[in-house]
Design a protein around this ligand. Structure first.
Ligand SMILES: O=c1ccn([C@H]2C[C@H](O)[C@@H](COP(=O)(O)OP(=O)(O)OP(=O)(O)O)O2)c(=O)[nH]1
Ligand SMILES: [Mg+2]
Length: 154
């Protein structure tokens, strides 16, 4: 998928489309489309908000978009994407929204047009789900059921 068309909603008026901010950036920075007169305040220590982007789109089947945090906001302010990475299904036609949370100890103000997240387009593989009926029917592996820090204890 090399082209992506956005359909802008009325409240997107005057904002810039998501874009790659460097030649080989993986993600397009996405901007907040809240009303200019109504900054969104993320309260300190866990305040969260569903931030509008003013955009809709129709991804090709076989692709998804992932809404990820920006590291600058995370490091400087403790502001991140709560459900990171947010999953945008290719059959979703609603407004793209970003769920932000403020882990910092100061309120954070989201102004209209602020770059609040980045969107990655990635391929998706759907599988046919089948049931393994017999108990112990999984193939053997060296790891077995070890997990959660089980390796490297020599
Ligand atoms: O950060 C996000 C995550 C999701 N969505 C939209 C697109 C996605 O296709 C839809 C559903 O997301 P998800 O499947 O994560 O949420 P759900 O709680 O399972 O809702 P649903 O029952 O509608 O699938 O919401 C966003 O706009 N931003
Ligand atoms: Mg879902």
């Amino acid at each position: 998928m090399t082209k992506l068309a956005f359909r802008a909603l009325p409240h997107f008026e005057g904002l810039s489309l998501p874009r790659y901010e460097s030649a080989e950036a993986a993600g397009m920075d996405v901007r907040a489309a809240n009303d200019a007169d109504e900054p969104i305040i993320l309260k300190a220590n866990g305040g969260r908000a569903l931030v509008p982007t003013g955009l809709t789109m129709a991804l090709e089947a076989g692709f998804e978009a992932q809404m990820r945090p920006r590291s600058g906001l995370a490091f400087k302010h403790g502001v991140t994407v709560l459900n990171s990475p947010g999953t945008i299904d290719s059959d979703y036609r609603g407004e793209l929204k970003i769920i932000l949370i403020n882990h910092g100890d100061e309120d954070f103000v989201i102004e209209r047009g602020m770059r609040i997240g980045q969107m990655i387009i990635a391929p998706v593989l759907q599988v046919e789900v089948v049931e393994v009926v017999e108990v112990d029917a999984l193939p053997d592996s060296v790891r077995g059921s070890g997990g959660f820090g089980s390796t490297g204890k020599h």
